[in-house]
Design a protein around this ligand. Structure first.
Ligand code: MG
Length: 224
C-alpha cells in the first residue's frame, strides 16, 4: 500500500510551531510554580468528546467530598454544559471557551487561574477540550495528566493515538459495562496501552455508576 508520511509541519509552519510550543512550555512552567506555591495539585483531564471526562470529574468530586477545596477549569469550544454539570457537585468552576481551538494552552490556564479565587483550594482539575490529538502537545503546568477513553470509541483508539497515551500519567478506560455490546476487548485495549506506556496505571471505570473511582483517586495521589 502507498503511504505518504508527514515528517512534521509544512516548511513555512516549522518556525512558528517551534516558537509556539516553546512559549507554551515556558508559561506552563510558570503555572506549575504558582500551583506549587499555593500547594495546589493540578490535574489535566484529556480525552475524546463523550469519553466521560466530565462524568469522571463529577464522580471524583463526589468521592472526595471536598466542596470548595476543589476547583475546576472546564475547557470547551463554545458551551457551558460541563461547567454547569460540575458546579452541581459544589466545586468552584470556571468555563474557558476556546472558540475554534482544539486544546487548552498554558496561557489560557494562566488567565483562568487569575480570575478564580483559589484560596483554600487543594486540587484543581482542568478538563481539556475533547479530542485525543492537540491537547497532548500543550502541557498546561499540571502535575499529572490523565487520559480517559471509553469502550464506545471502538477497538483502535489507543493504537491510533500513541502520542497522547505516552504523555499520560494515568489512563482510564470508561464505560466498561458497554464492552460486550460494543464487541470491544478490554484486555486488548490494556495491552495496547501497555505497549505504549508500560508501567502506567490503567483503570477500568464506569464513572456514572462510581465503579473504579477509588482506584483513580489513589492513582492521582488524592486522599479521600
Ligand atoms: Mg466534558
Amino acid at each position: 500500500m502507498k503511504v505518504l508520511r508527514s515528517r512534521g509541519p509544512e516548511i513555512f509552519d516549522i518556525e512558528l510551531e517551534k516558537d509556539l510550543l516553546a512559549k507554551n512550555k515556558g508559561l506552563a512552567k510558570e503555572n506549575r510554580k504558582k500551583f506549587d506555591h499555593s500547594n495546589i495539585l493540578a490535574i489535566d483531564i484529556m480525552g475524546s468528546i463523550g469519553s466521560g471526562k466530565t462524568s469522571l470529574i463529577k464522580a471524583i468530586l463526589k468521592r472526595l467530598g471536598m466542596g470548595v477545596k476543589v476547583a475546576v477549569i472546564a475547557g470547551d469550544l463554545t458551551t457551558t454544559i460541563d461547567a454547569e454539570r460540575i458546579e452541581a457537585e459544589g466545586a468552584r468552576v470556571i468555563q474557558v471557551n476556546t472558540g475554534k481551538e482544539c486544546h487548552l494552552d498554558a496561557n489560557l490556564i494562566r488567565q483562568a487561574i487569575g480570575r478564580m479565587k483559589l484560596d483554600g483550594v487543594k486540587v484543581l482539575f482542568i478538563e481539556n477540550v475533547g479530542n485525543l490529538i492537540c491537547p497532548g502537545e500543550f502541557p498546561l503546568g499540571a502535575h499529572k495528566r490523565l487520559v480517559v477513553t471509553s469502550v464506545t470509541e471502538g477497538p483502535y483508539t489507543i493504537v491510533k493515538h500513541p502520542y497522547i497515551f505516552r504523555e499520560a500519567d494515568v489512563i482510564v478506560l470508561n464505560k466498561i459495562d458497554l464492552a460486550k455490546p460494543m464487541k470491544v476487548s478490554i484486555p486488548q485495549l490494556e495491552k495496547d496501552a501497555r505497549k505504549i506506556n508500560p508501567r502506567i496505571p490503567f483503570i477500568r471505570t464506569n464513572a456514572v455508576k462510581g465503579i473504579g473511582i477509588t482506584k483513580v483517586v489513589d492513582a492521582l495521589g488524592l486522599k479521600t
